[in-house]
Design a protein. Structure first.
Length: 411
């Protein structure tokens, strides 16, 4: 039996139950993160911080991951994914508890940075595990389910946090956010539970090493940046960067645009929930879509469609029409992350797949850290629509980067 055949049978044997535990753990990760994020903003305000302080505390969770993502990917390539999963969950529990006891803006930023490191470890390891346990035919489906679980967590986390905090006046806000962070810590305990169950089921397996079944694992060698000389991989990373920047800027600046259009916070919240819900739906449809449309063409169509939709969001202020636009935008943006995960895995050297995925995560964290700063500068120059023009430019550039690859024969 060939190595590839052995890998296929191994993946088919071990994927279903471990995948279920991994998806539940991923759901818990994003419930915890997206509960803690808005709670942290309210905590900053309760500590007499201003809008700038809110932004700095929010950005603190992305700064360390820019530096640590590739080393963590290297570690995962060396078979340490289980340690990253369990350690990352424990760090997220710690970060949530530290946030619950933070009484100053510097301690908020430090606690949020710890939380971000925990999430980074979990995402690097979880993506590595999916790549290792999936046959090539399963990768798009499994990465789609992985990101769908993340989308569901992004919906449930803010709802749960809002329920805990809602109705509190400013005097009670510190106490209310403390309770929210304790709930976040509880969600983080579930992360350790579900990922721990997955590690237990896979005990004795070589998962996380990126080595096909039947091959002896050798630690990955080679520069992460050198991999970017592969045009396909570098474009995949750029597309992922563009989509992540667009999603983060949309969440951050849709309230600002809504106020400019005279929309209430409730309406803006519903619009953002519509976007997240349709991103979740699109990820479930990935196997169906790929049966009819080739991957690069699908990514190019979606980037172009998303860019055009962003232009529409800028000029339209009718809530119903905006909801329709956000449905289209959610469907388009939802496909970017899972499809680029599979793209990166297939282009990376076998022994460096986790490192390549970490390189993609590094680009995403740069987008999260630098995007708001660039968008804020554009807002100063051209007004509230500036961040949306930036989104449209990034998405259009993604289409421009993808299309030449469809005309170029693969070696």
């Amino acid at each position: 039996m060939s190595n590839e055949t052995g890998r296929d049978s191994r993946a088919a044997r071990v994927t279903p139950l471990p995948l279920a535990f991994l998806l539940l753990g991923t759901l818990a990760v994003h419930v915890a993160m997206f509960l803690n994020r808005p709670a942290a903003s309210y905590r900053v305000l309760a500590l007499d911080g201003d809008a700038q302080a809110v932004g700095l505390v929010a950005a603190s969770s992305a700064v360390l991951p820019v530096v640590l993502a590739i080393p963590m990917g290297r570690w995962s390539d060396r078979g340490k994914a289980p340690a990253l999963l369990l350690g990352g969950g424990a760090v997220m529990v710690l970060g949530s508890l530290l946030l619950a006891h933070a009484g100053s803006l510097p301690s908020m930023a430090a606690s949020n940075a710890i939380l971000g490191v925990g999430q980074l470890a979990l995402m690097v390891a979880a993506q590595s595990v999916i790549a290792d346990l999936s046959t090539p035919a399963q990768q798009d489906r499994n990465f789609g389910l992985f990101t769908a679980a993340a989308s569901l967590g992004q919906l449930l986390g803010p709802l749960l946090g809002g329920w805990v905090i809602s109705g509190r006046d400013s005097a009670e806000l510190l106490e209310a956010t403390t309770r929210a962070f304790w709930v976040g810590a509880g969600a983080a305990v579930l992360i350790v539970l579900f990922y721990g169950l997955m590690v237990f089921v896979l005990r004795g397996s070589t998962f996380g090493t990126s080595a096909p079944a039947g091959e002896t694992h050798q630690p990955g060698r080679g520069s992460a940046l050198a991999m970017l000389r592969n045009r396909q991989l570098s474009v995949a990373v750029f597309v992922s960067f563009s989509v992540m920047a667009t999603v983060d800027l949309l969440v951050a600046y849709m309230p600002v645009l809504g106020e400019h259009h005279g929309l209430s916070p409730t309406v803006v919240g519903v619009l953002l929930a519509v976007r997240a819900g349709f991103s979740f739906l699109s990820r479930l449809l990935i196997p169906v879509l790929l049966r009819h449309v080739e991957r690069l063409l699908l990514l190019a169509i979606n980037a172009t469609l998303a860019a055009g939709t962003v232009f529409g969001v800028v000029v339209i202020d009718d809530p119903i029409t905006l909801a329709v636009l956000l449905m289209v935008l959610g469907m388009s943006l939802g496909l970017g992350q899972p499809l680029t995960m599979t793209w990166v895995v297939r282009e990376a050297p076998t022994q460096l797949r986790s490192t390549a995925l970490a390189l993609r995560i590094t680009a995403n964290r740069v987008a999260q850290a630098a995007g708001p700063a660039v968008a804020g500068g554009l807002s100063t120059l051209v007004g509230v629509t500036g961040p949306f023009w930036l989104m449209a430019v990034l998405l259009t550039a993604s289409t421009g980067a993808i299309l030449p690859l469809r005309r170029r024969p693969r070696a």
